[in-house]
Design a binder for this molecule. Structure first.
Ligand code: TYD
Ligand code: MG
Length: 458
């Protein structure tokens, strides 16, 4: 048995990096307040999971050609939406951090993954009691007899269980509740989060086990804790959406094993989260009647084309200053589009209230939606409905010119696939051949031409 070393702690200033033996409110070196954080300098002996790697083994530098490529066998979760965002499944030894607002469905998603994976999963919850987890699991379709649950926050006890259970996948809900007894600071503090993450990372790397950590986010939408947390882990996922709507988006902001352009869509129902494999169908409506103020845009979320409805209402301002409100869209961009309409289109929209809404509670940023938004606004302003089967994909420049949306061919194909009859795009786009697919592609260079084509005259 190795001799036990005692752990030693010190306090470091986040601002200037100086080391102190005790905590102080103000750093004596740089005079900054509240910058000292506790850190471990020497660690006490901990569980070591690696039997194979000898401590004496020295690492030597070598050229790329001599490095063996490890073909990581990915563990497919069975949720296509999640697997795609992960880049093809969970990677052995990789740590995934899943962040999101409270109540968005992080615990539900990870529990569903634990149930869907027919593997030995250890689900550690510091947030909920085992009874609460059981109640949640009863609402879900899948069950997994080899999934073990543990309600524990102390990392030393967790490590002991990890050694005993040797799970194939580890899930921790949440990293902010974990507590390493080697540090005095309270759970959720910067030093605790960092230390606990490091311990989980070490377990992941030494045993080649994929680990999913749930992380809280702060008011402004960032992951709570040190920024270094995001640097440490391999993949950072964000689960987001409007809690009043059923749709939830899963994006990755960092992925060492895949692209960050993928998007996963889920729908929260009474029996857990369901994958939305065909988002265009749910984000657009087919009404019996035609309504003014609605336009469909062919947008791109990451690499995924989908059709989405923009709804606008333009009405005479009741008060002096007209109101502008946008749900799911950047208000500054809306104001810019309105200014273009006023100046380049000659429409007296400055004195009107304008309300804009994106369907499904989604937040969109794709500038390729500009034309759909302007079309919805004009449709409401003129009170003329846009014929069904019409959609749009173009960006609008400050001079009222239509600029090409990125990957326009993909957008056109998606619209054609869904049975749309015509799409308006920019004539400045790359002159790629649009496949003959039964959709009429209107290539247009100026905003005015779109209006005369849609609403006649003006
Ligand atoms: P939860 O996973 O607890 O969110 P988080 O861990 O991100 O805080 O999800 C909470 C919400 O989801 C809660 O308000 C209830 C709702 N919910 C459903 O609508 N259907 C379900 O089947 C489940 C399990 C939860
Ligand atoms: Mg939770």
């Amino acid at each position: 048995m190795a001799t036990k070393t005692k752990s030693k702690k010190a306090y470091f200033c986040k601002s200037c990096g100086n080391e102190f033996a005790q905590w102080m409110g103000k750093c004596p070196a740089c005079n900054e307040w509240n910058t000292l954080i506790e850190e471990l300098v020497v660690k006490a002996d901990k569980a070591d999971f690696s039997n194979s790697r000898s401590a004496q083994e020295r690492k030597k530098a070598k050229p790329l050609s001599q490095i063996q490529r490890e073909d990581n066998e990915r563990i497919v979760t069975g949720y296509a939406e999640l697997d795609r965002v992960l880049g093809g499944g969970l990677v052995p030894g990789a740590v995934v951090l899943l962040g999101g607002e409270p109540g968005i469905g992080k615990s539900t998603l990870t529990l569903q993954v634990a149930m869907k994976l027919k593997k030995r999963v250890l689900y550690i919850s510091g947030e909920e009691s085992l009874q609460q987890i059981k109640m949640r699991a009863e609402r879900l379709e899948e069950t997994n007899e080899s999934c073990l649950l543990l309600n524990e926050v102390n990392t030393q006890h967790i490590m002991a269980q990890l050694e005993e259970v040797r799970p194939e996948v580890l899930i921790v809900d949440s990293i902010q509740t974990l507590y390493s007894p080697q540090l005095d600071s309270t759970p959720g503090s910067i030093s605790q989060i960092r230390e606990c993450t490091a311990e989980m990372m070490q377990f992941a790397k030494q045993t080649s086990t994929p680990v999913i950590l749930i992380g809280h986010i702060t008011k402004d939408g960032n992951l709570a804790g040190p920024k270094v947390l995001e640097h440490m882990v391999d993949t950072v996922l964000h689960f987001e959406g409007d809690r009043n709507h059923a749709y939830r988006l899963l994006r990755s902001t960092k992925n060492r094993f895949g692209s960050t352009h993928e998007l996963g869509i889920f729908e929260m129902a009474g029996d857990g989260l369901h994958e939305v494999l065909d988002p265009s169908k749910v984000l657009t409506n087919s009404f019996d009647e035609e309504y003014s103020g609605i336009a469909v845009g062919a947008m791109l979320e990451g690499l995924r084309p989908m059709l989405i409805e923009a709804q606008a209402l333009v009405s005479s301002a009741v008060y002096g200053t007209p109101q502008r409100s946008a749900t799911g869209f950047d208000l500054r961009r809306l104001n810019m589009l309105l200014a273009v309409l006023e100046k380049r289109g000659g429409f007296k929209i400055g004195a009107k209230d304008v309300f804009l809404n994106i369907a499904g509670g989604l937040r969109v940023e794709d500038p390729g939606l500009d034309l759909a938004i302007v079309a919805a606004i004009m449709s409401s302003y003129l009170d003329i409905a846009i014929p069904t089967g019409t959609c749009f994909a173009a960006e609008i420049g400050l001079s009222g010119e239509l600029r090409p949306a990125s990957r326009v061919v993909q957008r056109i194909n998606e619209a054609a696939k869904l049975g749309y009859k015509r799409i308006y795009v920019s004539s400045y786009g790359p002159q790629e051949d649009v496949p003959k697919s039964g959709i009429k592609v209107h290539k247009i260079s100026r905003l005015q031409e779109v209006f005369s084509s849609l609403f006649g005259g003006n």
